[in-house]
Write a protein that binds this ligand. Structure first.
Ligand code: 5GP
Ligand code: ZN
Length: 139
């Protein structure tokens, strides 16, 4: 199912142009219009869903398989030495398009991109307490 007003559903339907890199029955992939580096791709399921929590696991498998196909091609085509797979969920985490997507960002040593600034725990006890809190919430 697609959504009438979703940007990525419109791209999948061809209503908005995109630089396609891959398509199959389940997945569409295209270049990000504002890349971290040239070759930065977005891989999306054709079925609309908001984020990683509401994608059907079978659909997610198709998307991950597509990422595994596309990332080596991005590396070869761009001369990259590695890549990041980035997947943002909700506004606080930087999601701006609410149709789940995986970024493939080609990387080179020393390219200067930092995905996060490392912080620390006040103590090992705090770290263990945090792990326990998360464990207790897992359903
Ligand atoms: P998010 O921030 O939600 O993880 O990623 C959304 C991405 O979609 C952004 O990196 C942004 O540059 C890209 N984007 C937004 N609008 C368009 C568009 O019209 N075409 C393409 N190709 N990418 C877009
Ligand atoms: Zn959509």
């Amino acid at each position: 199912m697609q959504e009438k007003d979703c940007l990525f559903c419109k791209i999948i339907r061809g209503e908005i142009p995109s630089a396609k890199v891959y398509e199959d029955e389940h997945v569409y992939a295209f270049l990000d219009i504002a890349p971290g580096f040239p070759g930065h791709c977005l891989v999306v399921p054709k079925n609309h869903c908001r984020n990683i929590l509401d994608i059907d696991p079978k659909e997610a498998e198709h998307v991950v398989r597509a990422v595994q196909k596309i990332a080596p091609a991005v590396i070869k085509a761009t001369g990259a030495e590695g890549f990041n797979v980035v997947q943002n969920n909700e506004e606080a985490a930087g999601q701006t398009v609410f149709h789940v997507h995986f970024h493939i960002i080609p990387r080179k040593k020393g390219d200067g991109m930092n995905l996060w600034t490392p912080s620390s725990y006040d103590s090992m006890e705090k770290m263990a307490e945090t792990a326990q809190k998360i464990q207790a919430e897992i359903r």
